[in-house]
Design a protein around this ligand. Structure first.
Ligand code: GLN
Length: 543
């Protein structure tokens, strides 16, 4: 088994996760089985309890693990199967070590960062390798070199690389090469210094991936090679991509990163055939059609809060050779200005998942606008609860209908807590989480889109459709399109008299890939596109 460690220097948000994922794509296309995992040095056990302002999206895996959003990149860029073991935080490491200590497992020894904490970290690398039977395990270390909290992880991977030997483990360091306008120059000093920091703790990177806004010229590359002690060819230019993150694998291939990695790790595998991936990029850069949709949310100003949703919508477009322009709309803006004004001319409306009361009325107004104006609507998790509240209030006349999450004493709790959630006191990891079976109702739009009798989708919520109201909803054209196999929980709904109004209690966005768009997003974009004839949006390109 071969191991690649990806570290980051200079600043955060350099796209280490994307670099790791894109390298994974290239290695897979060379016929290798790849595993990816992320180490996060923070003390939270998982990001499930963190605010999107702190952390961005929480990405949910099949097994219900709430993980870092980089795992979303891993799943979208490769076929790797991820479990809760693929995201390790300092919180988990210390929890394990302290539990061991209480159980007396350390036989009277003083418990220390080295070796007890570092051993736990290393065990995880071996474990993921064994579980996945991968040829190559790529491990991304969160944070930036120089962070105090990252030190145990760096020490652990240094020792690990020693143990497995020189041709079996390599280090890739992702850094930033800024362009200083006043000097008209790219500057290599931050890179030199962050590599020096790594070398202080005994890690010499084999490859330096330089994030930059301008191309690295020969001089700059030579300088980095000299000062960072790597061959010239190991200085990789990772320039900002022009159109899409999915260009990353092709960019790294042009820089021969995969070739170098294979050479360093003595992997004798053919060059990757990237033609199908290139076709995806072609559709993203020059699509035959275009549509404009709105995502109505609460964390709209944050790039990362709805990452998988934005990606899945783009995948839905790829399925139809259709570029998707996403308008990110703040639900509170709709509350202030009115849905009519804000949403006019929008081709489709998507309400993603969310928690907390802020912006709820704006989302309800958006759902109403979609229903009344025949605008395609896709509701995800909270988006289904919103659709339910809206329909209750405005179609069934249930005045004050609400979710008990937002109004405990609502006269019509159309969305309510399940019995088993009422007793829950601990916040972390206690929602309805992970992949569960949804039995689809034959002949519904959603069932036809899936083209299956049942599906497995990932959940992350506490509240559910209240079955007490089911009969009156159904009688008015609110179709229950999917349930849990025991018939107890509503999983997806659609409106009978509408071109496309679908909403699901789960998170389909976590299972969409550029080369395998999720059926619901495919259907949503198709519906938006087909509505073009009635209500021209941006129109076909060139029209
Ligand atoms: N807040 C809602 C619940 O807990 C929806 C959660 C979500 O959208 N992920 O049920």
């Amino acid at each position: 088994m071969k191991y690649i460690f990806v570290t980051g220097g200079v600043v955060s948000s350099l796209g280490k996760g994307l670099t790791a994922a894109a390298l994974g794509t290239l290695l897979e296309h060379r016929g290798l089985k790849v595993a990816l995992q992320k180490f996060d040095p923070y003390l939270n056990v998982d990001p499930g309890t963190m605010s999107p302002f702190q952390h961005g999206e929480v990405y949910v895996l099949d097994d219900g693990a709430e993980t870092d959003l980089d795992l979303g990149h891993y799943e979208r860029f490769t076929h790797t199967k991820l479990t809760r073991f693929n995201n390790l935080t300092s919180g988990q490491v210390y929890q394990t070590v302290l539990n061991n200590e209480r159980e007396g497992k350390y036989l009277g020894k003083t418990v220390q960062v080295i070796p007890h904490v570092t051993d736990e970290i290393q065990k995880r690398i071996y474990l993921v390798g064994e579980m996945t039977k991968a040829d190559v395990v790529i491990t991304e270390i969160g944070g930036t070199t120089g962070d105090i909290e990252g030190l145990p992880f760096l020490e652990a991977i240094r020792e690990f690389a020693q143990d497995v030997g020189p041709n079996n483990a390599i280090f890739i360091h992702v850094t930033y090469v800024p362009f200083i306008k006043a000097a008209g120059e790219l500057k290599t000093k931050p890179t030199q210094q962050s590599v020096a920091k790594l070398r202080e703790i005994g890690i010499t990177p084999h490859i330096i991936a330089c994030r930059c806004e301008y191309p690295l010229n020969k001089d700059v590359r030579q300088k980095i090679a000299l000062f960072c002690n790597v061959p010239f060819e190991a200085v990789i230019e990772a320039k900002d991509v022009d159109h899409s993150i999915y260009e990353m694998p092709l960019m790294l291939q042009r820089e021969r990163m995969d070739e170098l990695v294979c050479r360093l790790l003595h992997l004798d595998v053919p060059r990757p055939d990237m033609r199908s991936w290139q076709e995806i990029i072609r559709k993203l850069i020059a699509p035959a059609h275009r549509v404009r949709i709105a995502v109505v949310g609460k964390y709209i100003e944050l790039q990362d809060a709805y990452k998988s949703v934005y990606e899945a919508v783009i995948h839905g477009g790829i399925a139809h050779d259709c570029g998707v322009q996403i308008e990110k709309l703040d639900a509170e803006q709709i509350e202030g200005e009115g849905a009519e004004r804000v949403l006019k001319g929008i081709g489709g409306i998507l309400v993603p998942g969310g928690f907390g009361e802020r912006g709820i009325e704006g989302k309800i107004a958006a759902a109403r606008y979609a229903r009344e104006n025949n605008v395609p609507y896709l509701g995800l998790c909270l988006g289904m609860q919103i659709a339910t509240i809206e329909f209750g209030r405005n179609v069934l006349g249930l005045a004050g209908a609400h979710s008990t999450e937002f109004q405990r004493d609502t006269p019509h709790p159309v969305i309510d807590l399940q019995e088993d959630q009422r007793e829950v006191r601990m916040k972390g990891g206690t929602m309805r989480l992970g992949s569960q079976v949804c039995q689809l109702v034959a002949g519904t739009r959603i069932q036809r889109l899936y083209d299956a009798a049942s599906v497995k989708e990932r959940h992350r919520h506490r509240y559910e459709f209240n079955n007490r109201y089911r009969a009156s909803y159904e009688a008015a054209g609110f179709v229950i399109a999917g349930m849990t196999p025991d018939g107890s929980l509503v999983e997806c709904i659609e409106l009978r008299d509408h071109p496309f109004y679908c909403a699901v209690q789960y998170h389909p966005e976590f299972q969409s890939k550029p080369n395998a768009p999720h059926p619901l997003f495919r259907g949503f974009i198709e519906a938006v596109h087909d509505n073009l004839h009635r209500r021209p949006l941006l129109g076909p390109v060139g029209a």
